[in-house]
Design a protein around this ligand. Structure first.
Ligand code: FE2
Ligand code: FE2
Length: 187
């Protein structure tokens, strides 16, 4: 599946800017981690882009309907299982680097963007310190589980500050690229 095909399919099922932007942000973060670990950037990017494809149609059952929305594609079973593994009560183990990364960047990518939107320079120069500060501010993005943000990084063996750096860099690179296509991670 090409990225264009994936984006086309995603937009068939995702109509809000919020979910579309989140998908693009997780795509960016997954590509950054694929580079970091020497993995397949294209595949990891597609996983980020498509992981919430059933979220709008089935908010309460997400991600369990992703397989049916992706059934006419050439995505393999492992890819589909990786999508299923990111659900909060998933019975699919997060037993690969790819699944651990998806879990670790899912909420964090959007949290970082929320932090960036409060800064005049946006993502430029955004460091872990600012992210930590906002994590301590309970009223900021209060739906995000702070403990989970931290716990999800553990299986990767990456420090919090590096995690933030990898994602920020990935988001900035992706932002420059997708702006040319008429999208933005930053609204
Ligand atoms: Fe999700
Ligand atoms: Fe997500």
């Amino acid at each position: 599946m090409t990225r264009e095909e994936a984006l086309f399919l995603l937009k068939k099922h995702v109509k809000t800017d919020r979910v579309l932007r989140h998908s693009l942000a997780v795509e960016a973060a997954m590509m950054a981690y694929a580079r970091k670990f020497g993995e397949d950037e294209h595949e990891w990017g597609l996983l980020g882009l498509l992981h919430d494809i059933d979220f709008e149609a089935y908010p309460d059952e997400h991600p369990h309907h992703a397989p049916e929305l992706l059934k006419d594609t050439d995505l393999d079973d492992d890819f589909i299982q990786s999508i299923l593994s990111h659900g909060s009560h998933s019975s699919i183990p997060r037993d690969t680097k790819q699944r651990q990364c998806l879990h670790a960047v899912d909420e964090m990518a959007s949290f970082i963007i929320a932090v960036a939107l409060m800064r005049p320079t946006r993502l430029e120069g955004l460091k872990a310190k600012s992210v930590k500060k906002k994590m301590k501010t309970k009223t900021f993005a209060k739906a995000v589980d702070r403990e989970e943000l931290v716990a999800s990084i553990e299986p990767l063996g990456i420090e919090f500050a590096e995690h933030v750096d990898i994602i920020v860099k990935g988001l900035m690179e992706h932002e420059a690229k997708i702006q040319k296509e008429g999208y933005s991670l930053l609204g």
